[in-house]
Write a protein that binds this ligand. Structure first.
Ligand SMILES: NC(=O)c1ccc[n+]([C@@H]2O[C@H](COP(=O)([O-])OP(=O)(O)OC[C@H]3O[C@@H](n4cnc5c(N)ncnc54)[C@H](OP(=O)(O)O)[C@@H]3O)[C@@H](O)[C@H]2O)c1
Length: 292
């Protein structure tokens, strides 16, 4: 498994399992299947409602806790300095662990950016205390990163954003890269293009990706994951199906050509699948995160 070095020297497996929309009752099996297939990185979130099951699966797996990179996210309802410190207690309590490998802010709250900054300051405190090994953000656009970096003492290690062939956010990626912020791709195989109705056609059915897949005797999902990895991004594909979980990590035996990478680069439509980051407010997206 390839490892990526974060800006504070911590190493993170380049490919992990995502568990967004994985129902709690299916999460243990999905995480167990992933660990059996060789995954050593799980991405969950307080807002996904399945941190407890992620922790249970890791504990029951027989894999050393120290070998598994656990990443989770603080939801916006827990922003603010004290609230975010307590957000750690909730997540760590459910996960059943004392230290979180990577703790990130799930969204910027553009209309209440002070709260976002306070939440980030709490992450910095916890980094200093050793409660977390690395800190970062998610869905931060250039202006959000700019405002954060004006105040922050620690540059975020990652920015987890929507990146797949149909929506690549190159400007955000480049801004991060210049400042040592690693881009972590959510919906890396374009899940948001096919699990949400009425959007833009599935990346899985894209003819260009299909042609490259055929040439390498791989699946479209594998080609997309390889495209990310060769461009230096972290990926966290989600599946609840053991055969797909295994398929998605079986991507370290091919190398896409520069032409193939460029052909996938050219598929960008500029159309976002997820919510507009600027529109995230507590009124529309706030929700209570239960205690551990
Ligand atoms: N920070 C954020 O705001 C944010 C937002 C969205 C996602 N995320 C993170 O990113 C992770 C991945 O994103 P995502 O779940 O949106 O999308 P994704 O990983 O790109 O795609 C997941 C979808 O693809 C299917 N799938 C998985 N492997 C496949 C394969 N080999 N062939 C065909 N279909 C396959 C899955 O179905 P089955 O499960 O039925 O296999 C699911 O419908 C999430 O789980 C979460 O951890 C973060």
């Amino acid at each position: 498994m390839d490892q990526l070095k974060l800006n504070n020297g911590v190493k993170m497996p380049a490919l992990g399992l995502g568990v967004f929309q994985t129902p709690p009752e299916e999460t243990r099996d999905a995480v167990q299947a992933a660990l059996s297939s060789g995954y050593r990185h799980i991405d969950t979130a307080a807002a996904y409602g399945n941190e407890r099951e992620v922790g249970q699966a890791i504990a029951a797996s027989g894999v050393d806790r120290g070998e598994v990179f656990v990443e989770t996210k603080i939801w916006i309802s827990d922003y603010g300095y004290d609230q975010t410190l307590h957000g750690f207690d909730k997540s760590a309590g459910k996960l059943g662990i004392d230290q979180i490998d990577l703790l990130i802010l799930h969204q910027a709250l553009p209309s209440e950016f002070d709260k976002t900054l306070e939440a980030y300051r709490a992450l910095e405190t916890m980094l200093e205390q050793g409660k977390v090994r690395a800190i970062g953000v998610s869905n931060f656009m250039v202006e959000h990163l700019d405002r954060l970096l004006e105040q922050a003492g620690v540059v975020p290690a990652v920015n987890q954003i929507e990146v797949h062939p149909y929506f690549q956010q190159r400007e955000v990626q480049a801004f991060g890269a210049e400042r040592g912020i690693l881009t972590q791709a959510w919906s890396p195989i374009g899940g948001i293009t096919f699990y949400r109705d009425g959007s833009q056609g599935s990346t899985l059915d894209d003819p260009t990706i299909g042609r490259i897949a055929q040439a390498h005797d791989k699946s479209p999902a594998q080609v997309m994951l390889r495209w990310h990895l060769q461009q230096g991004r972290s990926v966290i594909p989600k599946s609840t199906k053991p055969h797909r979980i295994a398929e998605n990590i079986d991507v370290f035996d091919i190398e896409l050509s520069a032409d193939a990478l460029a052909a996938i680069d050219a598929l960008d439509t500029g159309r976002r699948g997820g919510p507009e980051p600027e529109d995230i407010t507590l009124e529309s997206f706030g929700r209570d995160i239960p205690e551990a």
